[in-house]
Design a protein around this ligand. Structure first.
Ligand SMILES: [Fe+2]
Length: 222
């Protein structure tokens, strides 16, 4: 109370003292008000205008996400054999070949998920997967064939797997919220396959490939 009386001659302090008395939005001090309006203008300026086709509810967002991963899986069906052709270690080639076969099943499973949702299976370009596949291509161009390229292929593949794990985790959550239990089961099956693929790649890296690639450092230095 003393400080409020003391600062009564200073208008700035007066409004600050007023703010300390009550915390309601209506009695915010003048200083705070101006900061808040600056912030809201900045947010407005940075706000992205939604497209006409923008999702309005979780169901629409779910369908859009399904289209995205449907594109991603189909793109992987083309990219994985290229990675297998560029790999040298037998266990890695087998892992990629097996995951290509699993990916085919995942595409078919997604078609069922679309069907459950009463939608036609449609692919929409997934920019993230497109980028990850391009990165994989870049890693192969930047490495000599052998254990070093194999280590690069594992690195690129694990980024892909982690993206898929995140996507299917989200899709499971969306489907569960929307009450699509049958779809949840299918999406969970795929999620587990992606986790398994990730674990297999880690095993291949730790068992041989990374160590062999590290030996190449020694040979290059000799
Ligand atoms: Fe997949």
């Amino acid at each position: 109370m003393k400080s409020a009386t003391k600062s009564s001659s200073d208008s700035k302090s007066k409004s600050a003292a007023g703010a300390s008395k009550t915390k309601t939005a209506a009695s915010k001090p003048a200083g705070t008000k101006s900061t808040a309006s600056k912030t809201s203008t900045a947010t407005k300026a940075g706000k992205i205008k939604a497209k006409q086709s923008a999702a309005e509810g979780l169901r629409e967002l779910y369908i859009d996400s399904l289209k995205d991963i449907y594109w991603a899986e189909k793109a992987l069906l083309k990219a994985l054999p290229k990675m297998a052709k560029n790999a040298s270690t037998e266990s890695l080639i087998t892992a990629i070949d097996e995951h290509t076969a699993v990916t085919e099943e995942q595409v078919a499973r997604l078609e069922k998920v679309f069907e459950i949702a009463g939608k036609k299976a449609t692919a929409k370009k997934c920019e993230a997967m497109d980028g990850l596949i391009k990165e994989g291509q870049d890693i192969m161009e930047s490495t000599e064939p052998g254990p070093v390229r194999d280590a690069g292929i594992i690195a690129a593949s694990q980024k892909i797997e982690h993206y898929e794990i995140a996507t299917y985790g989200t899709l499971c959550a969306f489907a569960r919220t929307l009450g699509e239990e049958e779809a949840v089961k299918l999406l969970e099956q795929t999620l587990n396959e992606e986790k398994q693929a990730d674990a297999t790649l880690t095993e291949a890296a730790y068992n041989d490939i990374n160590f062999e690639a590290a030996e190449e450092d020694g040979e290059a230095a000799e």
